[in-house]
Design a protein around this ligand. Structure first.
Ligand code: NOJ
Length: 757
């Protein structure tokens, strides 16, 4: 066992004597280490730097990194990859006065080098086992490259499709989001943080980041506590209950106080109420940004943050440069600095770094563990399961191999948009294009012809904003007329058109909010012209957010949402289009009819003036110019087969605090193909002390049903499932009437009433 120089002796002495106050080995170790640390060294542990690798999400990068590491002024680092580089940097830390190893972090959001679909796509699988497997695989790849601290999962609930980062989360629903949060934490962390193939996860962004006003990134958030507790906070809590090691604070304010300096959020709620015992890292320069928020100068905001319970300062160095002064002036206490330092050292202890600071550095691993065939296979499976079939008239899909296909659109033969946003460690060049996926599937290029047809957008100003990490919108030298002409001519000699349309990958993600959420005009024109050919039209929509797809829905014979599918994009698309895999994805977020309906979500409140039906009614809660319903509801998604629901039965319709209702429903596969269906349980609370949602998801089950067969699907309903936070923020189940609603999406359900007595 390698032991840090300078502390070896005390460690041996301390661990060998019998301690009566039940201190753990970790406590004893950290006590011993902290006894040796100067104030500056303690503050140094609170400093997270980046020398500038990876994606920079702020305007600042750290300077003099090497000297700072030597001086014990760095607790963690991100943006360095590969065993060799990580070893170099870690060696500097290990050779500093106390030799405390650093944390090496990264944003491993949807895969490391093997990129999976964007998180919103993964969420569409409603398959928490699969999602957990992708996290485990990502951890294996990242740790093979020396990275053992992940800035994922992002669990911010998002009901506003204008917000670009909706792509990075699990969508609108608090229950689905919580299940996925748990699955990802378990996937990344496994059972032992010190296992060299697992990594410490960070749940982010605490809190409410997805509720930024008007969907504009980094904007103010303001909401009632009741809403926070019921609709937004549970996924963070689920991650904490699953044992997440780290929490990242958000950029936005909560109740008027920026999250990074919000004591209620970071201490009262997170630690005192929820019992979180890991450490909290700020977001990129979010401490410094409190100056712009209007909270004071760097010294003041840094003091506010440490007093609030923030432990580590990402990149901004407010802690490093001002905490000592604040301590001398009595604005912060030594205790709070000690607490923060202790939490970071504890994380390092749990990761096994004090046993071996180089435990994650095995030069043989990158070649075996990264981008292996097995990993790519998982990426392909994950992508297949992320696609959501939204329309399929006349069984246009699946395609037959003897059909001549015109493969059209700006994403049809493109590598640069397949990975999606927030894939800084992925490599766009490794992506399988959709054209190549078709050729691989068909074994030849005989039955597939390609034309670009349109630019993603003709707007060069938009392209300049979107192309910051490489070309995502590539404006062709040809005119739009020429491109459309070419597309139409190949369509004319084909049996079916498959057009891949939508958004460039960086049109969603961080700092990529849109005030309108439609397909760009260049592609709309292409679709219109393709429609005129009269050939069956299959539209595949690629986007990191729900788009308002009304016109496309009308034009298409078949429509499938494919998000950004990741590195195996083309192969997965071809698998599903040719029926090798029967699509099973369900929307984790409602698709609006137009941007004016946003925020739109299924679990809305009923209001005192609910609209009846879809027609406009004066003095009811509705619009003059659009229906209330979304274009596609939450949970929606078709299959090549047809599932019929029948026979909803409850074991009893009287629930109490000791028994459980077993709800059973039969699901029959009436079509010719085998398929998977995600059966969804919603509950409606008929009378409540706070205005209830129209329904809330409380369970789901993904089942495989062979053609012609029936499966009985069971859900247990207990009083605990009916709990919510009341006006006094007590987590209660109130007696009264409820409905169990089970079906294929949030809008299409069978209903059975029951009572909680
Ligand atoms: C800013 C983003 O908000 C956060 O999610 C990310 O982890 C950090 N930058 C680090 O890259």
């Amino acid at each position: 066992m390698k032991i840090l120089k300078g502390i070896a002796l005390s460690l041996i002495v301390l661990t060998s004597c019998h301690v009566s106050n039940k201190k753990t080995d970790m406590d004893i170790f950290v006590d011993g280490l902290m006894d040796k640390m100067t104030l500056q060294e303690k503050i140094g542990q609170l400093n997270l730097v980046t020398p500038g690798g990876g994606i920079l999400t702020g305007s600042v990068v750290s300077t003099d990194v090497e000297q700072k590491i030597k001086d014990g002024q760095v607790g963690g680092i991100f943006g360095i990859y590969g065993p060799e580089k990580v070893r170099q940097a870690q060696s500097i830390a290990v050779n500093s006065r106390l030799g405390i190893p650093m944390l090496f972090g990264s944003d491993v959001i949807h895969g490391y080098k093997t990129t999976y679909p964007i998180p919103l796509g993964l969420a569409s699988s409603w398959d928490t086992t699969l999602i957990s497997q992708t996290a485990t695989m990502a951890a294996k790849e990242a740790t093979a490259d020396g990275i053992f601290w992940n800035f994922s999962p992002m669990v911010d609930i998002a009901k506003d499709a204008r917000w670009g980062r909706i792509a990075e989360g699990a969508g609108e629903d608090v229950y689905l989001g919580s299940q996925i949060a748990k699955a990802m934490v378990k996937g990344y962390q496994g059972n032992d943080l010190a296992d060299p193939t697992t990594m410490m996860a960070t749940v982010k962004h605490m809190a409410l980041y997805g509720a930024a006003e008007a969907g504009r990134d980094y904007n103010t958030v303001d909401m009632s506590r009741v809403r926070m507790y019921n609709e937004y906070l549970p996924p963070y809590k689920a991650a904490i209950d699953a044992g997440v090691g780290c929490v990242m604070s958000a950029f936005n304010d909560v109740d008027g106080v920026p999250a990074s300096g919000n004591k209620w959020l970071l201490t009262d709620l997170l630690r005192d109420e929820w019992g979180f015992n890991g450490f909290v890292v700020s977001d990129y320069t979010s401490v410094n940004e409190m100056i712009d928020h209007g909270m004071g100068d760097l010294q003041a905001v840094s003091a506010q943050c440490i007093n609030a319970g923030l432990d580590m300062d990402m990149v901004g160095e407010g802690f490093l440069t001002t905490l000592e002064k604040s301590l001398n002036e009595g604005k912060v206490t030594e205790k709070s600095i000690d607490m923060a330092c202790r939490r970071i050292l504890e994380a390092k202890y749990k990761l096994g770094l004090f046993d071996d600071p180089f435990r994650y550095l095995d030069d043989s691993r990158p070649s075996t563990d990264i981008l292996s065939e097995q990993n790519r296979d998982l990426a392909r499976v994950a992508a297949q399961r992320s696609f959501v079939l939204l329309k399929n008239n006349n069984n246009t899909l699946p395609l037959k191999k003897n059909q001549k296909v015109a493969l059209i659109g700006p994403f049809a033969n493109d590598k640069s948009n397949m990975l999606g946003t927030w894939a800084p460690t992925g490599d766009v060049n490794l992506s399988v294009t959709i054209l190549d996926g078709f050729i691989n599937q068909l074994g030849s290029a005989n039955n597939v012809r390609y034309a670009k047809g349109a630019n993603v957008s003709d707007d060069s100003e938009l392209a300049a904003k979107v192309n910051v990490f490489g070309t995502r919108i590539d404006i062709d030298k040809r005119s739009s007329k020429q491109m459309i002409q070419e597309a139409k001519s190949i369509a004319a000699s084909s049996d079916v058109i498959v057009a891949i349309v939508g958004e460039a990958s960086e049109m969603s993600g961080e700092s990529s909010s849109r005030s309108d959420i439609v397909i760009p005009a260049s592609q709309k024109l292409l679709i219109k012209e393709l429609k005129k050919t009269g050939k069956p039209l299959v539209l595949l929509t690629m986007s990191g957010r729900p788009l308002a797809l009304g016109e496309e829905l009308e034009a298409a014979d078949a429509l499938m949402q494919i998000w950004n599918p990741g590195v195996e994009a083309g192969n997965a698309v071809a698998d599903v289009l040719y029926g090798v895999y029967n699509p099973s994805g369900k929307l984790p977020v409602s698709f609006p009819r137009n941007v004016g309906q946003v925020p739109i979500y299924y679990s809305q409140k009923i209001t005192g003036r609910p609209q009846e039906g879809e027609d406009f009614q004066k003095f009811k809660s509705n619009y003059l110019d659009v229906e209330n319903s979304p274009l596609f509801p939450f949970g929606y998604g078709l299959s090549y087969t047809r599932f019929e629901y029948s026979n909803l039965k409850l074991s009893t319709n009287k629930l109490n605090f000791n028994n459980t209702i077993v709800a059973t429903i039969d699901v029959t596969n009436r079509g010719k193909l085998d398929g998977e269906e995600t059966v969804q349980l919603y509950i409606r609370d008929m009378v409540s002390s706070i205005t209830p949602a129209i329904k809330e998801l409380k369970g789901f089950s993904k089942v495989f049903i062979p053609s012609g067969e029936t499966r009985s699907v069971k859900f247990n309903i207990a009083a605990d499932d009916l709990r919510f936070y009341n006006a006094a923020l007590e987590f209660v189940a109130e007696r009264g009437d409820f409905e169990a609603q089970i079906g294929t999406n949030s809008n299409d359900v069978l209903i059975a009433p029951f009572t909680l007595e």
